[in-house]
Write a protein that binds this ligand. Sequence first.
Ligand code: KIV
Ligand code: ZN
Length: 507
Amino acid sequence: MDKVIIFDTTLRDGEQAAGASLSAPDKLEIAKQLEKLGVDVIEAGFPMSSPGDFEAVQLIAREIKSSTVCALAHANAEAVDNAWEAIKRAKHPRIHIFLSASDIHLFYQLKKSREEILEISRDMVARAKGYTKDVEFSPMDASRTEPAYIYRILEAVIEAGATTVNIPDTVGYAIPQEYGDLIEGIFNNVPNIHRAVVSVHCHDDLGLAVANSLEAIRRGARQVECTVNGIGERAGNASLEEIVMAIKTRSDFFHLTTNIDTTQIYKASRLVSELTGFIVQPNKAIIGANAFRHQSGIHQDGVIKEAITYEIMDPRSVGIPASSLVLGKLSGRHAFKERLAELGYVLDKEAFDRAFMVFKELADKKREVTDRDIESLVAEEMRTASEVYHLDYVEVSCGDHNIPTATVRLVGPDGRAIADADLGTGPVDAVYKAINRIVGVPNQLTEFTVKSVTEGIDAIGEVLIRIESDGVTYTGRGAATDIIVASAKAYMNALNRLLAVKKARKE
Ligand code: KIV
Ligand code: ZN
């Protein structure tokens, strides 16, 4: 069977989603999981867009070995040179150049003629080719461009050395049949098309990104650009997990495969959700909390008799563990370690010991410790591993006849414990003010959300916050059975990220 190349752009288009901001270490962590997932090409970022993005792309290029590492560049010499500078240490580097092609963009935005665009595209691909043999070109807004002009651009850039030509539905305007016709038209009208891979890049403004991508591969495209959880500019991109599982589940229809290890999908989804702070909706295909849950009696009856009656995929095939044993306060280190491994976590001894201690504390408070509890607990452990300030202690006093008061104790970078207290409009406000007195970094809280990880009064509460400092947004998460403690941890998490970025900038 033919293979479809999976090009993941979570770290580039995905990060363009409003409110998503990832630090360089966050990006590296996601890139490593994408490599484990078996992604063929990782678009690591857009180096020219900011020094932070340049640094992240460079870091990923050095560390990732089996996937191709791609950097996006505008079609100008400085951006192409800068993209190469960022990825030149990669084992498999790719430069991806884009330039608008539609008359709408040319007239209103670029104020350039079609001939000028064609010439720039050709020249910049040739320039990138001087650096690496792997060059991709995207005529932006291709789905709203006259097909005959797209054919001319593609022929020119392939002649100049492009090895992949990508056809973006930049504004999510296309309808499957129409987009498929465009792809088929490209195969029939670009004389040198056999020298390049045809790629597709669809946005989800009409909820058609996955449908358009699948129709395109049915018509011969062999690279799909997509993101984990479908995050991306505006309504997002085609979702990686949906594309991959559609190809796998309906191989009888597509007769195609991918290199993806689908059992790593769930872990990738959780990681991206955790680090971007974007919650996955419960009914999201493949990885939503309800994707494999059966509520109706008839469905439950069928699944008990034979899963295939109402399940077209085995949840284990996407890495959702089928838990056989329930963990509780009598569970020992061995059972805990085994469950961690089933969930895909391998912790070093120190981290394991700390996680086990937290698990035991949790098991004392909760009758049953679920997989989601364990994931939340491990995420908490990972967050605290790289802290500048650590929350050692928090206490609040509040009520309807009381001025909310908080006392906190933090352990600072020099290992010394510092305590302080403050009043607030509510207990969380008081905690944040007390922390501010110690850390002393001005910022503004822009978002605060709390949700429970599982059902029940004893559930872990997860708090997600965003703070803004110097125009940059930092996400923080915290989890605990006490939501004030979870709020304090989330604030510490966001502050620690802010401090890490400030330190890196200084250096
Ligand atoms: O949507 C788009 O057109 C893009 C290009 C940069 C490929 O993201
Ligand atoms: Zn895009």
